[in-house]
Design a protein around this ligand. Sequence first.
Ligand code: ZN
Length: 355
Amino acid sequence: MAWQGIEGHDAVAERFAIAAAQGRVAGSYLFIGPSGVGKSTFARGLAKAVVCQQPRPGLVACDACASCVQAEAGSHPDIDVVQKPEDRASIPLEAFVGDADHRMREGLCWRVKLRPAVGTRKVAIILDADTLLDEAANCLLKTLEEPPDGGLIILVGEAVERQLPTIRSRCQIIRFRPLGADVVLRVLEREAAAGGTAVDTAMLNRVAHAAGGSLTRARLLLDPAAVEFRAKLIGLLARRPLRGVELARETLSFVEAAGKDAPPRRARLKVAIDTAIDFFRAALRQATTGEAPADVVIAHAVAEWAVEAGEAAAILLEHSLDALDSVDRNANLTILVDAWTAILEAPRLATVGKP
Ligand SMILES: [Zn+2]
C-alpha cells in the first residue's frame, strides 16, 4: 500500500517515518525532482501527517481528526502554501514579507513565526521554488537561518542548481525520481475507474509509457488530440533536414487550439517540447548504447534517423531542455516556439554538417 495513497515514493516516505519515529524530522527540506511526479502532493501529505492530532505509526495521517479534515480541504490554519501565480514569472516578494505597507507584518515568513493555531507545528510549503528571485530567496533565507520552534519549511523545485547555495545548505535535500510506467498506469486506471470512464488498459498503457514518469504529462496525453500531435511531431523531428518553419507551425497550431488561457497553452507547449526531448534522448541513447526506445512511435522514428545522429541528438536535446526551462518564464509563447524551432534547424548547418 502506497504511503497515504501517494504512489511511487515509498522510499522517501519511509525516510520520513524513520525520522519521525526518532524525533528528528528536520526544520527545512528541499524537494527536488522532475515535474508531475508528485512532489507537491507529497509535501501536502507530509504536512497533513505532521499536523494530524492522532497520527498512525509511519507518520501516516489519521484522515479523521479535525486537522486532517482541514488539511484535506486546504484550509488548515497551520499549513501555509505559496506558489507562483499563473500570470507571473516568479513568486512575488510580498508573498513572503507582505506588501510595502505591511512589511514583516504579513506574508509567509511572518506567518510561519506565529504560534500554531491548533497543534504544535506550523508547516510552510513553497511550490515553484525554482522561480524564486534573489530578494525573495534572501527573505526566506533569514527564516531558514532562524527557524521558528516547531516550524517545518518545505521548498519544492525541479533543480538544485536553481537554489541559492545558502538556501541549499540550510535544507535537507530529498530527491524524487520519475515514476515507473507501471505506477503511472496504476494511477491512470484508478482515476479512469473513479471518473466512471471505461478503462482502456491498452491505451492507458501506451500513455503511461509515453509520459516519461510524469503523471501531469500522462493526464495531458489522455487527450486524443495530444496523442495525435505527439505522433505527428515525432515524424517531423525525424525528418532530415529538419524543417523549423513547419515544426513551428504545427506546434503553434496545437498550442493555440488550447484556447486563450495561458495555463493550458503552456501545458500543451510542454507536451511538444517534452516530446522532442524524448525523441532526441532516445536517439542519443540508441547512437551511444544501441539501446532501442520502449515507446514504439519513437522507436520507429529513431531507427530511421539515428544512423549518424549521436552528436546532433545531444545538441538538439540540450536546446530543447533550455526551451522547456523557458516555458514558465516566457509570456510570449509564439516567440519561444519560433526561437526553439529555428535553433533545432540551425545546428544542422553549424555543427552536424556531415554529408
Ligand atoms: Zn488526523
